[in-house]
Structure formats: structure tokens, C-alpha cells
Design a protein around this ligand. Structure first.
Ligand SMILES: Cc1cc2nc3c(=O)[nH]c(=O)nc-3n(C[C@H](O)[C@H](O)[C@H](O)COP(=O)(O)O)c2cc1C
Length: 148
């Protein structure tokens, strides 16, 4: 059975909620999925034993674009321990009224590519001030499950 980790950072809880929805959808698709807050974790311990890593991070600040503070150490250690050979998907929560909507997603994609992770689907950018993103999350989770 494919084992998936949904590793997220979240300050006000939106990304944590979406991460849990994704874990639930992947679970329904037959994937053993766990959502974990990455605060204080090291990437090597966090990612060990998983075939699929789903990275979820909100954006705070657009000059420069900032990934959520708990998430930055994970990105650094992913680059050191390597994510090569793992399947990876990326999502983020943001607000489209900002200049760089979900800019952290683009930053993370770039860093995953630079350490040879395989992005299996296009990334999901969730516009959290607007209702209706539950459906979007469900559809995206279906694509992730199909590509896993
Ligand atoms: C100070 C501040 C700066 C933000 N900057 C951005 C931004 O540049 N781009 C964006 O898409 N969203 C931005 N946001 C919106 C958050 O990313 C959004 O509320 C997100 O859902 C928070 O996720 P969380 O609840 O998991 O922490 C910002 C929010 C705050 C409070």
C-alpha cells in the first residue's frame, strides 16, 4: 500500500484543515495517509518510510515571498537529506488579494525540483477567504491519488 505524508505548516489553521481533508481523501482512495504539522520536525525523520510527500504551506509576506516560518527548516533539511526518488505534490493556502498569490507554492516547487523530487501533479493554490474550496481540494486529492 502506498504511504503518504502530508507535511504542513500553518499559523491560523487553514493549511492544517486542508491537509487533513487531503489525508481523508487519499485514505478513501486506498492510500495510507497521515497529516503532520512539521513544526520542530526534521525532514529525514518526517519523510522516512513514505512513498509520497505532500507539502502544504501558506504564504506570509510578498516582498520577498515568505514561506510560513515553521516550514522553512523543513525545506532546508529536505535539501540536505534529499527528496530524490520520492513522489511529491505541493499545495498552499493564501489570499488572492495579495500581489503574489500563494507565492510560497512557487518557491517550494522550485526547491523540490532543485533536489530531484518528482512533482506528480500541478500544485494546488487555495484562496482561503472565499468559500467553496473544499470541492477544489477534493478534486486535486483525486488527481494526487491517481498519480501516486
Ligand atoms: C501578514 C500577512 C501576509 C500575507 N501575505 C500573503 C501573500 O503574500 N500571499 C498570499 O497569497 N497570502 C498571504 N496572506 C494570507 C495567508 O496566506 C492566508 O490567510 C492563509 O490561509 C493562512 O494560512 P494558515 O491559516 O494555514 O496560516 C498573508 C496573511 C497575512 C496575515
Amino acid at each position: 500500500m502506498t504511504k503518504a505524508l502530508i507535511a504542513f505548516g500553518s499559523t491560523t489553521g487553514n493549511t492544517a484543515e486542508v491537509a487533513q481533508w487531503i489525508a481523508d481523501h487519499l485514505g478513501k482512495a486506498g492510500i495510507e495517509a497521515t497529516a503532520k504539522d512539521c513544526a520542530g520536525e526534521s525532514a529525514s525523520e518526517l519523510c522516512a518510510g513514505y512513498d509520497l510527500i505532500v507539502l502544504g504551506c501558506p504564504t506570509y509576506g510578498d516582498d520577498p515571498i515568505e514561506v510560513q516560518e515553521d516550514f522553512e527548516p523543513i525545506l532546508d533539511s529536505l535539501e540536505k537529506t534529499g527528496i530524490g526518488g520520492k513522489k511529491v505534490a505541493v499545495f498552499g493556502c493564501g489570499d488572492s488579494s495579495y500581489t503574489h498569490f500563494c507565492g510560497a507554492v512557487d518557491v517550494i516547487e522550485e526547491r523540490v525540483r532543485s533536489c530531484s523530487g518528482t512533482l506528480i501533479v500541478g500544485s494546488l493554490k487555495v484562496d482561503t477567504p472565499y468559500d467553496g474550496y473544499r470541492k477544489e481540494v477534493e478534486e486535486w486529492s483525486g488527481k494526487v491519488a491517481a498519480a501516486a
